[in-house]
Ligand binder design. Structure first.
Ligand code: HAM
Length: 430
């Protein structure tokens, strides 16, 4: 049997890549408009980075990391998310020494999580993320939410929900933890086995559990927004005011707690209503203690990540058309072996003029080359060979009208260039 791709991975075949490139281009443009610069960090890091950064009580670190010892006996982990590596690079590259905020984005960073593959959940996926370092102000949070909504709007995705919450800071969260634990303690026997474990180490995550019995047991649970200290309360109020001021519809959802330990204050998720329930498309929040945790100076941060495969999945399920793969415009066929070289050289000249062109690589008969060119959907077909070649000419066929013209070999490139631009103009005007 032919070897299959590993479970939970996905090939991007050419028909998907053009949609992928369109998404990338949109993201790059919107990130640049907001002053974000691209960063690329390694696919693997020292395991300790994620244990410290993401948190050793999280599902990601406890159950989902691809961790191995390298030949030097070091514990290495394939990136299970994009923020920790970006923070490490920010600190290691001393980006904090320049003017702040430093605004960074990563595009289609491969992310690895050993999850149970199911709809929308892969073991390797790709994330676009934006991270802003060095601003405590909620304008930075609002800017990120607005930017991703612009991106999703340009991709024409509908039925989006913006869920925001504040999970407080080290000053106010312990008080909330206490209140939540007291509430949960009285209902421990109603919780699922995983949440019974979470109760001790990470009680906030119980609110995030999708198990029906946990949802029902926590219906009346105390909510973090009621326990915020003055600073967090003001931060959250300003964020809401900023979103309202620009008519961004949002919902305060106290159940958004996020599955990574580094968050402080704002957390948010952009969800999509699907027939299978709400799907998280994008997740993010503020992480004011993370840079310090990774060994850098005290520097607040805020960011988000969004999975490209989930965007593609939703574009398809909403029936949103994406650009088709780029096609070859000109095919240079050869008639007889003596025409192989001139056809090859003409193709190269056309490409140097920026024209998408190709020629035969299989020594096909002229008839077979014509069939192939037809399948490629070319606009112009050039035939090199026969008595035209002997007279220093080539034949050019308009594949749409069928009209054929003979052109001097030396003038073929100019003629083709002219003809293609006329065709494009015609197409534009109907
Ligand atoms: P996250 O919510 O774990 O956050 O992931 C962000 C997005 O990545 C999700 O909303 C989803 O689109 C996609 N995603 C996550 N897991 C999978 C999967 N198994 N298969 C396919 N897509 C997936 C983070 O990773 C944070 N680092 C985001 C962040 C950046 N927070 C602040 N800055």
């Amino acid at each position: 049997m032919a070897i299959q791709s590993p479970k939970g991975t996905k090939d991007m075949l050419p028909q998907d890549s053009s949609a992928w490139q369109w998404i990338e281009q949109t993201m790059r443009q919107e990130a640049a408009l907001a002053g974000y610069l691209e960063i690329r960090t390694p696919v693997f890091e020292h395991t300790e980075l994620f244990e410290r950064g993401v948190g050793d009580t999280t599902d990601i670190v406890q159950k989902e990391m691809y961790t191995f010892l390298d030949k030097g006996g070091r514990s290495i982990t394939l990136k299970p998310e994009g923020t920790a590596g970006t923070v490490r690079a920010f600190v290691q590259g001393k980006l904090y020494a320049g003017p702040l905020p430093v605004k960074l984005y990563y595009l289609n960073s491969p992310i690895f999580r050993y999850e149970n593959p199911q709809s929308g959940r892969l073991r390797e996926h790709h994330q676009f993320g934006m991270e802003c370092f060095g601003s405590r102000e909620p304008t930075a949070d609002a800017e990120l939410i607005t930017t991703i909504l612009h991106i999703l709007g340009r991709l024409r995705l509908r039925d989006l929900g913006v869920n925001i919450n504040s999970i407080g800071c080290p000053a106010c969260r312990p008080g909330y933890h206490q209140a939540l634990k007291a509430f949960l303690r009285a209902r421990l026997d109603q919780l699922c086995p995983v949440c019974k474990e979470r109760f001790e180490k990470n009680p906030l995550r119980v609110l995030d559990c999708k198990e029906a019995r946990c949802v029902s047991a926590t219906q009346e649970a105390p909510e973090m927004p009621d326990y915020l200290c003055q600073e967090c309360e003001e931060h959250f109020a300003t964020l809401k005011a900023l979103l309202t001021a620009q008519s961004t519809p949002y919902q305060v959802n106290p159940r958004i707690v996020r599955g990574l330990d580094y968050y402080t204050k704002t957390v948010f998720e952009i969800t999509m209503r699907t027939s299978r329930g709400d799907l998280a498309l994008c997740g993010g929040g503020r992480y004011d203690g993370l840079v310090e945790e990774i060994g850098g100076p005290v520097t607040p941060g805020v960011g988000f990540g969004i999975g490209t495969e989930r965007i593609l999945m939703e574009l398809a399920s909403q029936g949103i058309g994406t650009p088709s793969p780029s096609t070859t415009d000109v095919f240079v066929a050869h008639l007889g072996d003596e025409a192989l070289l001139p056809a090859f050289l003409l193709t190269q000249q056309l490409r140097r003029q920026g024209l998408k062109s190709d020629s035969d690589h299989n020594r096909r008969s002229l008839k077979a080359q014509l069939r192939f060119a037809d399948k490629l959907g070319v606009i112009l077909l050039v035939i090199v060979g026969g008595e035209e070649l002997a007279r220093g000419k080539v034949k050019i066929k308009d594949m749409c009208t069928g009209a054929e013209t003979e052109v001097e070999g030396g003038q073929a490139v100019g003629y083709i260039q002219q003809k293609l631009s006329e065709k494009r103009e015609e197409e534009k005007h109907g």
